[in-house]
Design a protein around this ligand. Structure first.
Ligand code: FMN
Length: 373
């Protein structure tokens, strides 16, 4: 686009959203006076009241105690711990089986059911369980444990152990690339639903499901997840796409942090699902600022999860988001987060089609006219 560096704004953002512009369909009109008195940031997520809608999503930042304490001091509503990965669990199971066989071979007298001594053995899964305990003791807010996998495997066993360790809820991170040509979408969905059902059936705490946006007929699938026992939907996981090195001609993962521009995918789906399912909704991907938090709440999320912004600016950024949100709410006449949630959801706006296909052609036509001016 370097040939067009003539001052034209190629990032068309719709009509002027300034104060003087007439409200368009789907735009909220703030006519009320500024709110006086305390602003209530509390929000209900997975059946529990949180002090703030800003939640630290799963990342290395939530994986050590000093950072967790800093997030607590900065006022986040809850934290999601880094995921325990299926591969870690599989590794542990294989390791246990190997040790068990070795011990049995070494000790033919061993009675059946003999358990090998595991002194010094500390797998990822075992460490994870003790970290859940430590995290619970370290902070004064809900701690959500996270499981990352795609098969039913040992999840039910680990779910019970995570609950025993003190997890207030469990987030199931379904991270799967459906690359098998023989596997149709229905099979992928059925397996996911069975996984959720299996975990929800043993959990005595709420289960949230963190999803990729690559499911077909997403609204229907969301409903089926709720029927399977999901108490929360976390929209959406951010895939780390592989990249090719032109130097080494090799493929490797490339992790780049998100920007606020990525907010619009979760924003759309929070808005479409809000009020239509008996489920908590968390928006994740692209929540960087107080403005982003306000947008996803207005769309219909109960909480705004953030990782990239916290990794970039540090845990105290959560305080800045809380303060900015409080100031914005006061200016716009909102006294509580509860009043905000879903105020601009698909069910609330004058032009519900704006969240679907309807203004597709108009958007492109308007962009073209800006581009060709
Ligand atoms: C370094 C890093 C590690 C992450 N680890 C996990 C993880 O273990 N489990 C998980 O569910 N999400 C994980 N995520 C995804 C984040 O929780 C979040 O959903 C994603 O980064 C999008 O949010 P953001 O735009 O605020 O960064 C990780 C993200 C980053 C950047």
């Amino acid at each position: 686009m370097s040939g067009y560096d003539d001052g034209r704004n190629l990032d068309w953002e719709g009509d002027d959203w300034g104060d003087d512009a007439p409200p368009g369909p789907g735009q909220v009109v703030f006519s009320g006076p500024a709110h006086e008195g305390p602003i209530d940031l509390t929000t209900k997520y997975l059946g529990t009241w949180l002090r703030s809608p800003v939640v630290a999503s799963s990342s290395p930042l939530t994986g050590d105690l000093p950072s967790l304490r800093a997030l607590d001091a900065a006022g986040v509503g809850a934290v999601v711990l880094p995921s325990l990965f299926e591969e870690q669990v599989d590794h542990e199971s294989a390791e246990l089986a190997r040790m068990s066989t070795t011990q049995l071979e070494l000790n033919p007298e061993a009675p059946s059911g003999y358990t090998p001594r595991l002194d010094g053995y500390n797998s990822g899964a075992v460490r994870y369980l003790s970290f859940v305990r430590e995290a619970k003791a370290a902070v004064d807010m809900p701690v959500i444990a996270s499981l990352n996998g795609v098969t039913r495997g040992g999840w039910t066993r680990y779910t019970e152990m995570l609950v025993d360790a003190g997890a207030d809820a469990i987030e199931l991170n379904i991270y799967r690339v459906a690359a098998n040509m023989e596997e149709a979408g229905r099979k992928v969905e059925t397996e996911t639903l069975e996984l959720v059902e299996a975990v929800a059936s043993v959990a005595t705490v709420p289960i949230a499901v963190k999803l990729s946006p690559y499911f077909t007929a997403f609204a229907s699938f969301a409903r089926q997840l709720v029927d399977a026992g999901a108490a929360g939907l976390v929209l959406f996981n951010r895939f780390y796409q592989p990249d090719i090195s032109l130097e080494t001609l090799s493929v490797g993962p490339r992790l780049s942090l998100s920007t606020s521009d990525e907010l619009r995918l979760p924003l759309r789906w929070c808005a479409i699902l809000h009020g239509r399912l008996d489920v908590s909704i968390a928006a994740t991907t692209g929540v960087h600022t107080d403005v982003d938090v306000a947008k996803v709440l207005l769309a219909g999320a109960n909480v705004a999860m953030t990782t990239s912004a916290l990794l970039k600016h540090g845990p105290d950024h959560a305080r800045t988001m809380n303060e900015g949100l409080t100031a914005w709410m006061g200016d716009k006449g909102y006294g509580s987060v509860e009043e905000m949630i879903g105020a601009v959801s698909q069910r609330s706006v004058a032009d519900p089609a704006a969240f679907e296909r309807a203004n597709y052609l108009e958007t492109i036509t308007r962009y073209a006219s800006t581009f060709l001016q």
